[in-house]
Design a protein around this ligand. Sequence first.
Ligand code: ZN
Length: 45
Amino acid sequence: MAQTATTTACSYCGGNGYVQLLLGGSETCYGCQGTGSEQEEDGEH
Ligand SMILES: [Zn+2]
């Protein structure tokens, strides 16, 4: 498994930063806040 970078494409929006609404239109992704990258929780490693 090749990991290119520490940032991972958001699983909710696929890295788009927004999600398509069923009723139409789009909304800022709630998973990444529009960044398109899955955020990692800050914690002690
Ligand atoms: Zn997202």
